[in-house]
Design a protein around this ligand. Structure first.
Ligand code: AVJ
Length: 305
């Protein structure tokens, strides 16, 4: 999180098209809700990606080779890395996350479980420069970016993030990245608007988090969760929509929302494999291999310079 989240949040809320960055979903309650989302019947990405990784683990391991230094931006609970590091016989693992405390605990658990793996925890995120441990060798690195987190960024931002990843590795490095693919709206929309209302709670929780960060007075019951596929932009959009006239105050200001007015909280871009390979190419990853599931809902891509 930046040093001054208050500024960024108020600026976003004050625009004609108000928005809150999706990074504000992830306070401790939001992180718990997200873990619940990954287990929902409608939310296919997590389990589809895991199935692809499990199915092709041997081939991935063969292609990347043993002794890799795995760097994972947005590592969170380090769950996914444990599986990968085992499968490929990694030598070191560098977990990077904005929530440094959460990360330190997760890193310690991983050390206890895999004593042969050297584990480092680093605070930071991909929209800024990541500062890696000084003694970390440059050779034989593998950047791991699962979960289709790249989908949160629009094209120029996604390109920028991929360029930053490219700079983390040398010519012998690689990127293993999960990408959610374009598919029928009847599958996409329920994944972001589930029957149990977990995604709605996750979206609304951003208002609670914002209240705590900026001292605003959003009342959650005045807002409803909206999620729909924007075909032109090829992205799921999540919004919070005012149910009635809403007046929100924060120190030094505030704003009025008319009934039906929306705060944009997240975009989740859906790619096709060819388009994503293009983006990778533009970022300096000139070779890529993609694995996908039978329904072609999700892709795991190994990209190299
Ligand atoms: C963590 C960004 C991959 O876009 O699917 C899930 C976040 N938002 N349900 C996604 C999310 C609502 C998720 N990413």
């Amino acid at each position: 999180m930046p040093a001054q989240p208050t500024h960024e949040i108020i600026e976003g809320l004050s625009r004609p098209q108000p928005s809150i960055s999706p990074k504000y979903f992830y306070d401790s309650k939001g992180s718990r809700l997200f873990e619940q989302i990954t287990r929902l019947p409608e939310y296919y990405p997590t389990r589809t990606e895991q199935a692809i990784l499990a199915r092709h683990a041997a081939e991935i391991a063969r292609r990347v080779g043993p002794g890799r230094i795995v760097i994972e931006p947005g590592a969170g609970n380090c769950e996914k890395a444990r599986v990968l590091c085992r499968a490929i016989g990694a030598s070191r693992y560098v977990a990077v996350d904005i929530s440094a405390e959460f990360l330190t605990e997760a890193a310690q658990r991983l050390r206890d479980e895999m004593p042969q793996l050297q584990v480092h925890a680093v605070g930071g995120d991909l929209t800024q420069e990541i500062v890696l441990p000084e003694d970390l060798p440059r050779a034989h690195r593998l950047v791991y970016y699962p979960g289709s987190s790249i989908g949160n960024f629009d094209r120029p931002q996604a390109l920028d993030v991929l360029v930053r990843m490219r700079r983390l590795i040398d010519h012998d490095g690689a990127l293993l990245i999960g990408v959610d693919l374009r598919k029928e709206v009847s599958v996409l929309e329920p994944a972001y608007d589930d029957a149990a209302g977990v995604t709605a709670a996750f979206n609304l929780n951003a208002l609670d988090h914002v209240n705590r960060l900026v001292g605003s007075d959003f009342h959650l019951h005045q807002w409803r969760h909206r999620a729909f596929f924007n075909h032109e932009a090829s992205r799921i959009e999540m919004h919070l929509e005012a149910k009635t006239d809403v007046d929100v105050h924060w120190p030094g200001g505030g704003r009025h929302f008319a009934p039906g007015e929306r705060i944009h909280t997240e975009s989740s871009y859906k790619y096709d494999i060819e388009g994503f390979a293009h983006l990778l190419h533009a970022a300096g990853f000139h070779h890529s291999v993609a694995w996908t599931d039978e329904r072609r809902w999700f892709a795991v891509v190994l990209a190299t310079p």
